[in-house]
Design a protein around this ligand. Structure first.
Ligand code: AHR
Length: 647
């Protein structure tokens, strides 16, 4: 990788300073061999980190709803009176614990209080759907009072459920909140004298994304939809690998009725001691069916990733011997069948029973996450052989490990080339200088062999790793290089996607939220601009015959959009002063005046959107009309712009 330094020797300073007053000249001309931008180029990467799924996108409001958090069935619950945990005759075999409530007249009463995910968020006048499974133990009738209790200990919603059977039955209740509260609790109180069993206590907002049962939080799903993602990588990240093999993400556990999807330890539960979250488990309520459905909603290609039989190498490094990989490989094959197979197939039938007889049209599969070492290629080879034999149409994504360069990176790329995988997943969490100096990263990449999937990347500005405007500006500048090299980089996804302000482990993240609100980061807007204005065809952009990769602080790329008949210029100025830029469009048949809009992202470098100040950094649009012969534009210091011009 060639790196560029733009440091100016002191003796040259004066002469360069004088030159810098002259406008920078950027020429734009058609490429000899046309480079097309992949229509699904810019996407999203979802991982259940920072309470992104349970407590986040997945709209369930009850934590540990099935009393199955390992070793601690009442984690998240406060019990009072006579409450015990039971397993005998459990209604859901893969979530075998349930609670028994006995009210024998104790003055304390008997019941349970759920704390939600750092509280339960409810809004005034909105409706909430409670459901639970229950059965009476000794007599025919029992009564539960269900209440939502505010942080100020006021009852803000209330209702009763009569339990009238000795067999497990599902009961439902609609609650309406009288007040807004971000940190409410749910109380389940046995008000009759008697004994009953209770399981899978669930509370959802009545309004979810597309108003689905077992649905997603509306504002968070909407924020994803507005990114217009072309591809959706899920469910991680390290959680695919698990801290050990037992806790790896197993997609088969995430489909079928939600009540029987077994709880799994979340990879981020304890590994970050400075952001300890011992109550972090996966309910799998947001499972593979729901992921595929979201992809369909967004018009994005699904890119599921499966375990390759290697647990997280940073943690336990547990590894399945190659000869024992069959069940893992079978999981990958069955996943393709689940997504695409006919309803008559075993896994296609499961999909159909969940309400989607049509194929999900899966085209990609990732094998392993950030694996490295000599074992990984051997594992991948076994998966590749089986997948190619049965599903040659599915594109396989291999890994280049956790680093953006270095010995392992080079070794793995060599192996990926030998294996001729379709795409290689690259990850880079780097500082601003790296992003600014790597806008030329792909200029010299081999045009033969596997393509690149930039599967996880984000600019980390130390020490706080904020979602600052500076981080976004560096990413925007770097992405001009990705856009220019769209023939090599076919897919790109920023990471991670979501973070709960009270329960995060990792920064920066694209969208932050609490129990009621969410905020789009500056980085979000960069992704959105690239995705919305990705164009179809790359144009040659040069400054003094060179790609524009930071000369005088300027980064630029141009695409045309055949579908919308537009010319789109992306340009950033990372320098401390405004720059005059003279454009020379050597393109055929341009109108004499190029009309359109200029979208600008500009803020103080340290500015960060927060829940209280959500629009500190946001794109600002204005109309522009440029003389197409020799347009001149001024690019403010430390700013990023997208010019969308009608042809
Ligand atoms: O995105 C957070 C983590 O970063 C991912 O789980 C992992 O793939 C990477 O190291």
């Amino acid at each position: 990788m060639k790196t560029k330094s733009f440091l100016i020797p002191a003796f040259l300073f004066f002469s360069i300073w004088s030159v810098a007053q002259v406008p920078a000249k950027i020429t734009v001309e058609q490429q000899k061999a046309e480079t097309t931008v992949a229509p699904n180029m810019y996407g999203i990467f979802f991982e259940d980190i920072n309470f992104a799924a349970d407590g986040g996108l997945y709209a369930e409001l009850i934590k540990n709803r099935s009393f199955d958090f390992p070793n601690s069935p009442f984690m998240g619950w406060l019990t009072y009176g006579k409450v015990s945990v039971q397993t005998e005759g459990a209604p859901f075999s893969r979530n075998p614990h349930y609670a028994r409530l006995l009210n024998d007249g104790l003055l304390t009463g008997t019941g349970l209080l759920n704390e939600g995910f750092r509280g339960i968020g409810v809004e005034k006048n909105k409706k909430y759907n409670l459901s639970l499974y229950a059965k009476n133990v000794n007599k025919d009738e029992n009564k539960l009072k269900i209440e939502i209790i505010s942080a100020a200990n006021e009852i803000i919603a209330s209702g009763e459920v009569e339990i009238n059977s000795g067999n497990w039955e599902k009961y439902k209740l609609e609650l309406q909140a009288k007040e807004t509260c971000a940190h409410a609790k749910l109380r389940v109180d046995l008000i009759s004298q008697g004994e009953l069993d209770i399981e899978h206590v669930s509370l959802f907002p009545a309004e979810t994304w597309r108003n689905r049962e077992n649905g997603m939080r509306k504002d968070l799903a909407q924020a994803l939809a507005e990114l217009k993602p072309g591809v959706f990588r899920f469910p991680g990240g390290c959680i695919i690998e698990g801290n050990n093999l037992e806790t790896r993400y197993q997609w088969k556990n995430s489909v079928g009725p939600v009540e029987n999807r077994p709880v799994n330890e979340n990879r981020w539960n304890y590994v970050f001691q400075h952001r300890f979250t011992p109550d972090y488990f996966q309910s799998y309520g947001l499972g593979f069916f729901e992921y595929f459905q979201l992809c369909e909603d967004f018009g994005a290609d699904a890119l599921p990733v499966v375990s390759c039989g290697m647990a997280c190498q940073f943690i336990t490094d547990e590894c399945v011997p190659v000869d024992d990989l069959d069940p893992y490989i079978q999981d990958a094959l069955d996943l393709v069948e689940f997504a695409n197979g006919p309803v008559t197939s075993k896994w296609g039938k499961v999909r159909a029973e969940m309400g989607h007889p049509e194929s999900f049209g899966l085209r990609y599969i990732g094998i392993g996450n950030e694996q490295w070492g000599e074992v990984f290629p051997k594992h991948l080879e076994a998966f590749q052989k089986a997948l190619d034999e049965k599903y040659p149409e599915i594109q396989i994504i291999g890994s280049s490990g956790p680093s953006a360069d270095g010995e392992q990176f080079d070794y793995l790329w060599g192996e990926m080339k030998k294996m001729d995988v379709d795409l290689v997943d690259e990850h880079y969490y780097k500082d601003p200088d790296w992003f600014l100096q790597n806008a030329d990263r792909y200029d010299d990449y081999s045009r033969k062999g596997p393509k690149v999937f930039a599967g996880e990347y984000a600019c980390h500005v130390q020490p706080e790793k904020k979602n600052s405007f500076y981080a976004a500006l560096c990413e925007a500048s770097f992405l001009t290089g990705i856009e220019r090299n769209s023939d090599v980089v076919r897919l790109a996804t920023y990471a991670p996607l979501f973070a709960h302000v009270d329960a995060w482990q990792w920064k920066p993240d694209m969208i932050w939220f609490d129990n009621l609100r969410s905020v789009k980061s500056a980085n979000y807007y960069v992704q959105q601009l690239y995705s919305k204005y990705k164009g179809t065809t790359v144009q040659n952009v040069k400054m003094n015959g060179e790609n524009v990769v930071g000369q005088d602080g300027i980064y630029a790329s141009v695409v045309t959009d055949k579908d919308n008949d537009q010319l789109i210029l992306k340009i950033s100025n990372t320098g401390k002063s405004e720059k005059e830029v003279e454009l020379d469009f050597k393109l055929k048949e341009l109108p004499s005046v190029l009309k359109g809009k200029q979208i600008t992202l500009k803020a103080n470098l340290d500015d960060e959107n927060t829940l209280d100040e959500p629009f500190l950094v946001k794109p600002v649009e204005k109309e522009v009309a440029l003389d197409s012969k020799s347009p001149k534009i001024s690019i403010e210091a430390e700013s990023f712009h997208v010019f969308v011009l009608d042809l």
